[in-house]
Design a protein around this ligand. Structure first.
Ligand SMILES: NC(=O)c1ccc[n+]([C@@H]2O[C@H](COP(=O)([O-])OP(=O)(O)OC[C@H]3O[C@@H](n4cnc5c(N)ncnc54)[C@H](O)[C@@H]3O)[C@@H](O)[C@H]2O)c1
Length: 366
């Protein structure tokens, strides 16, 4: 299944929704490097302007950046008309924000997704749409085994850990979907609707299920519990204790944003990715507590405190990567310890990435 990214994408126009965000901007940069002509459409509303401009390097005035809404039908029809490929990454991407305001999440992640899909379905030019989904669609896997607080179920988890040497399920793409949050539910909709809408008209699609994406220049958001590497590193840099929600036993599969960008672009063109759902992870389970220890390796004086489990935060699991390796002919190259070290080095060199409101918390404590 040989394919050449440069050959497939040279001179091709690629619409990247959410192309100003953390992952979208990295995808846009990769596409430019491959000789494609990316166009980003993004609300640029997920962070202060200084983050987009100063940290993500996104210039809202540039010719190939459109500040706009994916729910705007006329805009999306116009933008999609000129494109060979579409990557749909725009979303209210913060789990807690979706829980706080479900209608806003539905407006972008559900209605906006349908608008993008309809525009693609009526185009006679788009060769493939890649829908960006999330491992949150798996929830806790089998709730019988993993989610129950009952002592016997906890004992079962312990026994499985002992027998299989792992603390959480390894999610394969054909596992049942069990969303535990508004955010995850919108991603289930997006996946299903992508297959229904584009399958009906014979437009090729792929779905990428990212696990936990991290890496510079990711920054924390107020009121969010997502993006734990950024949270721990920023708090550690300020001498604040690291918050282990629910004790930090949750399992995640941390995949670096550079690897995520590459996986997405491969899923856009790989012949075998046609109409496929593909996990994007490393295949290595890491607990939140382990991430805290990796960060404390760089800041040994920093303490940890246990904090309550936020609503909608799954115990989680890690990726089965077999399909990703087979279909994309590729695997991520950056381990979590290397990625955390890179992030800490970046944050030390870029202290302005720590928001003022978090510095305020540090000042109150001292
Ligand atoms: N970061 C992760 O760990 C992770 C994990 C799994 C999946 N994802 C998915 O990856 C994608 C990108 O996430 P990210 O981490 O870069 O988030 P991000 O918040 O940095 O980027 C998302 C961008 O989408 C834009 N956006 C929101 N609503 C919009 C609308 N109506 N119209 C146009 N643009 C809009 C925002 O302004 C933002 O810049 C999202 O679909 C997210 O759900 C992220």
């Amino acid at each position: 299944m040989e394919y050449d990214l440069c050959k497939e994408l040279q001179g091709k126009s690629v619409l990247v929704t959410g192309g100003g965000g953390l992952i979208g901007s990295r995808i846009v940069g990769l596409l430019r490097g491959l000789g494609a002509r990316p166009v980003a459409v993004c609300m640029m509303d997920a962070y202060p302007g200084s983050v987009y401009q100063g940290l993500f390097g996104v210039d809202a005035g540039a010719r190939d950046i459109v500040v706009g809404d994916v729910a705007d039908e006329a805009l999306m029809r116009r933008l999609v008309r000129g494109c060979d490929f579409v990557i749909h990454a725009a979303a209210v991407a913060d789990v807690a924000a979706c829980t706080r305001d479900a209608r806003a999440a539905i407006r972008t992640n559900v209605t906006g997704t349908q608008v993008v899909l309809d525009a693609v379905a009526s185009s006679d030019r788009v060769q493939r749409l890649c829908f960006v989904s999330s491992a949150s669609v798996y929830g806790n896997g089998d709730p019988e085994d993993w989610a129950s607080p009952e002592p016997e179920k906890r004992a079962l988890r312990g026994a499985l850990e002992f027998v299989y040497g792992r603390t959480a399920p390894r999610f394969a793409e054909d596992w049942p979907l069990r969303p535990l949050s508004v955010y995850a539910n919108t991603k289930v909709f997006g996946e299903t609707q992508t297959a229904l809408t584009l399958g009906a008209v014979g437009v090729s699609f792929s779905v990428v299920r990212y696990f936990s994406v991290y890496g510079d220049p990711q920054v924390v958001k107020r009121g969010s519990h997502s993006w734990v590497v950024a949270w721990f590193a920023a708090r550690a840099a300020l001498g604040l204790p690291l918050h282990l929600n629910g004790g930090g036993a949750q399992i995640r599969d941390f995949v670096h944003v550079d690897d995520v960008a590459e996986a997405t672009v491969r899923a856009l063109v790989a012949p075998a990715a046609q109409d496929m759902v593909i996990n994007v992870g490393t295949g290595s389970p890491t607990s939140i507590g382990e991430v805290a220890e990796l960060v404390r390796g760089h800041y040994p004086e920093v303490s940890v405190v246990e904090t309550p489990m936020p609503p909608g935060d799954p115990l989680g699991g890690y990726a089965s990567t077999r399909r990703m390796r087979e279909v994309l002919g590729w695997a991520p190259g950056i381990s979590v310890s290397e990625g955390v070290a890179r992030y800490v080095a970046w944050l030390r060199a870029t202290p302005e990435a720590i928001p003022e409101w978090l510095r305020g918390e540090s000042a109150v404590r001292s």
